[in-house]
Ligand binder design. Structure first.
Ligand code: UGA
Ligand code: MN
Length: 255
């Protein structure tokens, strides 16, 4: 089955670096279709060009985050969920596109939500490819811990190793699960709730789809970390600003 990867992305200094790293990881993954959704009122030339030259199978979409939902300069990053409207737009496109595909295998596939700043092992994609309903695995460097993970006993997920609110329905980071396309299509209303309280975004999507008992543990019964919730430091622009003030700033035409 094809892996449909839905990625929200937004313009900032590190965007091209993030998307370059990500696309070059994906080049090593067979049968991957990248659904890249820009948080923007229009498709930007930077992303359009990067995708065109990437060598990947992709769909380029855009969906701006509503202004009252968007983080403002100076807001702490946890105040509002990010990437919500973009992931939902990716789901909308996927449902519509699959309906339009003739033949019996238009339901074959796996859906994964991959943020543009994480670090993905190639092994992760082979693990998720066999997803029947919802598969899960550990995520490294997340939630103020070395890793969070589902705890597996007798082949079943019995609880979650997490440092924060373990009673959440699904205390799993976005990077820690994949869903079969079939399940996504069978539940046309399933989407991410932008109003979900902090930490409940993943649960808002998974709640109606699956129970803890049905989760399929991957990565050696959730004992291996194959994805890391890395976050990229915001680059300092002190010198740039000083030079700009003298009219000697970097060429804005260079991406
Ligand atoms: C954590 C989770 O790993 C995310 O999946 C979750 O969406 C987020 O928290 C949340 O609470 O909303 P974190 O590293 O804090 O992630 O979030 P970012 O990586 O900054 O953003 C998640 C995705 O949304 C990224 O792909 C990013 O490019 C995108 N994004 C971010 C936008 O499209 N627009 C924005 O204004 C900000
Ligand atoms: Mn992130």
């Amino acid at each position: 089955p094809t892996i449909f990867v839905i990625t929200p992305t937004y313009a900032r200094l590190v965007q091209k670096a993030e998307l370059t790293r990500m696309s070059q990881t994906f080049l090593h993954v067979p049968r991957l279709h990248w659904i890249l959704v820009e948080d923007s009122p229009h498709k930007t030339p930077l992303v359009t060009d990067l995708l065109m030259k990437s060598g990947l199978t992709y769909t380029h979409l855009h969906m701006p985050t509503a202004k009252d939902r968007k983080l403002q300069e100076g807001d702490p990053s946890w105040l509002k969920p990010r990437g919500v409207e973009q992931r939902n737009e990716g789901l909308r496109w996927l449902r519509e596109d699959r309906r339009a595909q003739p033949g019996g295998d238009n339901q074959q596939g796996v859906v994964y939500f991959a943020d543009d700043d994480n670090t993905y092992s190639l092994q992760l994609f082979e693990e998720m490819r066999s997803t029947q309903r919802v598969s899960v695995w550990p995520v490294g460097l997340v939630g103020g811990m070395k890793y969070e993970r589902p705890v597996v006993e007798g082949g079943k997920v019995v609880r979650f190793h997490t440092g924060w609110r373990p009673s959440r329905p699904f205390p799993i980071d976005m990077a820690g699960f994949a869903v079969s396309l079939k399940l996504v299509l069978a539940n046309p209303e399933a989407c991410f709730d932008g109003e979900a309280p902090m930490g409940l975004l993943e649960s808002s999507f998974l709640q109606g789809l699956v129970t803890m008992d049905e989760l399929e543990p991957k990565a050696d019964n959730c004992t291996k970390v194959l994805v890391w919730h890395t976050r990229t430091e915001k680059p300092k622009m002190k010198r740039e600003e000083a030079l700009q003030a003298q009219g000697l700033g970097s060429d804005p035409a260079v991406e």
